[in-house]
Design a binder for this molecule. Sequence first.
Ligand SMILES: *Cc1c(COP(=O)(O)O)cnc(C)c1O
Length: 374
Amino acid sequence: MVVGRNRNAQLVIDKSAIYDNISAEINRLDDKTEMFMVVKANAYNHGAVQVAQIAKAAGATGFCVAILDEAIQLREAGFVDEPILVLGITDVEDLPLISKYNIDVTVSSVEWVKQANQVFEDLKLKNKIKMFLALDTGMGRVGLQTTNEVDEFLEFINSKENNLLLDGVFTHFSTADGKNTDYFNFQYQNFEKLMKCFKTKPRYVSVANSATSLWHKMTGSNMIRFGVAAYGLNPSGTVLASPIALKPAMSLTTELVYTKQVQPGRSIGYGATYTVADDQWIGTVPVGYADGVRRSMQGFKVLVDGHLCPIVGRVCMDQFMVKLPYKMNPGTEVVIFGKQAGKEITLQQVADQCGTIHYEIACGFTERLPRVYK
Ligand SMILES: *Cc1c(COP(=O)(O)O)cnc(C)c1O
């Protein structure tokens, strides 16, 4: 998809908001605890390289990504020294790249390490394979679950010290953003049980994503994987209050490209789902679901000239219509979420409208919308 540079529609990214969110969290950490900034999925669509630069300036010492390609993107963008951890599973066939780019990979099975060691020896790779061991304490996604598995893993890697380097160990909580802490505590107990297998701890021990870091004690941990909160979004949605002021970094701004008065009895958009009752001014906005503005946004109120105006009729692929309070001209600014004239629409409100979470909305904007940094 081409980037729409000649259309006034863009994701505006507030760099200082990201900087402030990261600094605020780093200020709450003890001296021994480092922050790895999570920049997977193009930094939740905020732009991986730009966010990595801000995060580094604000004090983050490493990065987490989801897939190997995202790690390589950062290395090639000039982040040559920082540890970069791939949180997902990588293929042993990619070890030449992993070794060449000095990437940390997540290990989730003893089988994988044995294969990795074999590939390392067969191909005579130069850099040791750097790994984080994932412990599945109850998330049920990746990681070793039992002390037997961890013992077997540690025994194997200790026997292959020339090839394999255990850089860290981490676990991931599934309910750190909720009011009820029972399952969180269950997972923590499992974590502490599994950690007893280690005679010496690896350099990094990490238990926290944003939610765990904001709302829980992180005993025995020295690195956090900070994601969504850095972008100014509350990981719990509206369930828990954040101990730091979260400044939303992303907004979506565009303009009216066409306005007209519509006679009563006529309808707007596909399916004629909205019929004009009295003389109304209707504006057309040049973004749609191909940009990630979902069809379920029908009825949502966006900001136009300081007024909250409802989206009327169905959202089309490339355009949608809004009901205006009075005659407005093409070129009038439209804010789908973000601030205008002292009013604010949040991604949380968009997510509520669409029946999902802000993470998914942020990730859902497509490359047709350029990112503009301010
Ligand atoms: C995505 C992810 C994170 C970051 O989560 P946030 O909720 O965005 O802070 C941390 N750890 C793992 C394993 C992840 O997959």
